[in-house]
Design a protein around this ligand. Structure first.
Ligand SMILES: O=C(O)CCC(=O)C(=O)O
Ligand SMILES: [Fe+2]
Length: 262
């Protein structure tokens, strides 16, 4: 990436809560990742409660050399560093989120689990996912969709959702009128196989159903950075972030509270 493109990508992450960086995986490595994902999906038990998310296999890098190679993939590291996100680290594992042929859509949700913590209102990302879709994605095979800006700004949908994942949404009906709805501000993130899709854990996102007879494979790696102000940050720091007590205990919750402003 040129410095200009890297800056544009960082600004998009901060403003919209997501971005896409093309041409990150080599064709050979993509092929190896598809093979390995097929093998894992064919031999491991799929998560019993995650039909909307996909097969949801947790793979530790210490157990899987191919996935470890992905975690350390140099072009990704370089891209992330060029965006000045070099202080993000993976959590030692990834999640295989394969949508099997004709698998259902994924409901609207966000993945930030620290909404009691003033860190929730940092204007920069603290927790992000690095996602690799191993096939070209489209509305037809279950691409991602996001509502830009919702990582920082409350919209009515935030207060209407069933709370994400294990806290409720895994157990909703598959015709839930709101959780699977289209939103006027949504953006479809159709991506090419081998692209890197980055998103802030706080942004509202969902995925279409897979209407094809082929797997839509996704490898998702959570990344966190230290609880510090990033080097690139030159604007004002919100008072609530400045006043945050780093020693305090903030019980985890997926429900956005006072720190998600309207
Ligand atoms: O399937 C996707 O594209 C996104 C998956 C996701 O956001 C999740 O499982 O939390
Ligand atoms: Fe998610």
């Amino acid at each position: 990436m040129t410095p200009e493109v890297a800056q544009e990508k960082r600004e998009q992450m901060l403003r919209d809560g997501y971005c896409v960086i093309p041409d990150i995986l080599s064709p050979e490595f993509l092929q190896e990742l598809r093979r390995e994902s097929d093998h894992l999906n064919d031999t491991m038990e799929h998560h019993p409660d995650t039909k909307y998310q996909g097969t949801h296999l947790g793979i530790r890098f210490e157990d899987n050399a191919t996935m470890k190679r992905l975690a350390e993939w140099q072009p990704s590291r370089q891209a992330v560093e060029e965006m000045q996100f070099g202080d993000f680290n993976h959590v030692g594992s990834l999640i295989v989120l394969t949508k099997e042929p004709f698998a259902p859509a994924l409901y609207w949700h966000q993945d930030w689990m620290r909404w009691n913590d003033p860190l929730s209102c940092t204007p920069w990302p603290q927790t992000i996912f690095l996602s690799y879709y191993l096939e070209d994605t489209s509305v037809e095979n279950g691409c991602l969709k996001v509502i830009p800006g919702t990582h920082l700004k409350r919209i009515p949908l935030h207060d209407q959702l069933v709370t994400a994942h294990e806290q409720g949404a895994r157990f909703i009906e598959d015709d839930h009128p709101l959780m699977f709805s289209d939103h006027p501000d949504q953006v479809d993130v159709e991506s090419k196989a081998g692209s890197l899709v980055l998103a802030d854990a706080r942004v509202l996102h969902a995925a279409y159903k897979n209407q094809t007879d082929r797997r839509r494979n996704l490898l998702l790696l959570w990344h966190n950075r230290p609880e510090t102000v990033p080097d690139y940050w030159e604007d004002e720091i919100p008072q609530m972030v400045q006043d945050r007590d780093p020693q305090a205990a903030y019980p985890g919750t997926r429900i956005p509270g006072q720190y998600l402003l309207a």
